[in-house]
Structures are given as structure tokens and as C-alpha cells.
Design a protein. Structure first.
Length: 268
């Protein structure tokens, strides 16, 4: 696969490194374009990829053009690529909140994949939701799927509206998890552990619990019941969370993220 990265930030770099690590693309078949010369030199020395500050030259002869710039730079990069992308080239966008219609009109190009990845893609454990325009071929869909599977798991949606939903669940989800880990770690310190010990206890518990859910296939509610003995320590803790409306607050938080995602996307 020959691929151009327009933008060499953290998420683009995560995908780039995954493609090389999993032999989906040779370093020599990858070109990265970015305005930050220091960043480009880092990517060249670390991964052996080609670099440029010229977006138009970066896409020449590539199968895939991956847009991984910040949303606010879209008005700048669109004119540089407008009309220069050939019919057989696939555009993949991981730009947050930028709809397919905006990309289509800005680039005058029809074969577009829009992706909502998340932060754990940086360690190849990401969760990506994606959708395409009707013009994307089955072969191109398989190509996009292979790229996303290199950084974790993926789910295809036949309607772009689901990407606003996935933003609030898996896109923002890592922050919810980190916040809960913060709270549990602080609680551990309050009962007498050092911060480092409390953090290690919490982190490995979270990792282990997630792996157990994945590998056992058991419903999380059932797993929770298996840990919880009537009148025991776990029950005492869960009673406090329930009385504080824990689930309701989580649902409200997610809905706030979802509504904000729609607002940023121009919906009411």
C-alpha cells in the first residue's frame, strides 16, 4: 500500500507506526506532509518514511490519502488538495467533527472514508467507528478495514450519524476511564496506600477486568454479581455508588458529550 499522511500528529503517527509494524506498508511507500519541520525530521529518523511540507506532492501516486490534521486547519489544506486527487485514490479522514459533505465539497472528490478513532490506537488497542461514501469500492473498504484493524478494533456503520454517537462513547470514553482511575487511586491513598501503590493496584485491576470481560464473553452485570457477596465489602461500595445515582450520572455525561458532538457538527 502507498499512503500519504496529511498531518503527522499523534493519531496519524499511531496509524503510520502500526502499518509498518504489521507489514501493511513499507516505510518507503509512506509520505508524511506537515508544517512542523522538526516533527517531520523525527518521523523520518524514527520510521524511515518520506517527508515533505507540500501536501500536493505528498499525495502523488498514493493509493490512500489519510487526513489527520486538526479540524481548524481544514480551510487551509482543502484548497491545496482541491482537484488534485485522482478518481482511484481513497481519502480517509480522522479529522474530528468534519463531515463527509465538507470533505467532498472541499476536495471535489467522491471516494471518502470518515473514521472516529480513539486514543488507545496509540498502543494498537483502539476502537474505531467508520463509514464511507457510496463511491468507495469493496476493495477500498477492505483496505480501510485493514488499516483500522492495525490500530485495534473497528465497526463499520452505514450512516454517518452514528459517528456522533461513537464520539460520545468510545471517542471520549478513555477520558471517563482515566477519571475513574484517578478517583479510585485517590481513594486508595485516603485509606493509607502510597500514590504509586494505589495506582498500580487500580490500573492492573482495570486492565484485568477488561481482559476478563473480553475473553469470557460474560455480561458485565453478571460478572459484577459474581464479585458481589450480600452484605460484603463490594456490596457496601456499590450501595454508595447506586445511592449517588452513579449510572444516571454516567448516562447524563454521555448524553452531554453526544449533544455537544452534534453541536460541533452543525446540528441542532
Amino acid at each position: 500500500m502507498k499512503i500519504a499522511f496529511i498531518g503527522g500528529g499523534n493519531m496519524g503517527t499511531a496509524i503510520l507506526s502500526a502499518l509498518i509494524d504489521k507489514d501493511l506498508a513499507e516505510p518507503g511507500a509512506i509520505t508524511v506532509s506537515d508544517i512542523m519541520k522538526e516533527r517531520l525530521e523525527y518521523l523520518k529518523s524514527t520510521y524511515g518514511v518520506s517527508i515533505t511540507i507540500d501536501n500536493a506532492s505528498a499525495i502523488d501516486g498514493k493509493d490512500v490519502i489519510l487526513l489527520s490534521v486538526k479540524p481548524q486547519t481544514v480551510p487551509e489544506i482543502m484548497p491545496e488538495l482541491n482537484g488534485k486527487i485522482k478518481a482511484g485514490q481513497l481519502v480517509i479522514s480522522i479529522m474530528a467533527g468534519i463531515k463527509i459533505s465538507t470533505i467532498r465539497e472541499g476536495l471535489i472528490h467522491k471516494s471518502i472514508v470518515r473514521v472516529m478513532p480513539n486514543m488507545p490506537a496509540q498502543v494498537f488497542e483502539g476502537m474505531s467507528g467508520w463509514t464511507t461514501t457510496p463511491e468507495v469500492t469493496d476493495e477500498q473498504k477492505e483496505l480501510a478495514k485493514s488499516i483500522l484493524q492495525a490500530i485495534g478494533r473497528e465497526i463499520y456503520f452505514d450512516d454517518e450519524k452514528y459517528l456522533d454517537m461513537i464520539t460520545s462513547v468510545s471517542g471520549s470514553g478513555p477520558a471517563y476511564f482515566f477519571y475513574f482511575v484517578e478517583a479510585l487511586t485517590e481513594a486508595g491513598v485516603k485509606i493509607g496506600f502510597t500514590h504509586d501503590v494505589s495506582y498500580e493496584l487500580v490500573l492492573q485491576t482495570m486492565i484485568g477486568a477488561g481482559k476478563l470481560m473480553r475473553e469470557s464473553g460474560t455480561d458485565p452485570a453478571e460478572l459484577r454479581k459474581m464479585v458481589t457477596s450480600k452484605g460484603g465489602t463490594t456490596a457496601a461500595a456499590l450501595d454508595v455508588l447506586e445511592s449517588a445515582g452513579f449510572k444516571d450520572h454516567v448516562i447524563k455525561a454521555l448524553m452531554a458529550a453526544y449533544n455537544r458532538s452534534k453541536e460541533l457538527g452543525g446540528e441542532k
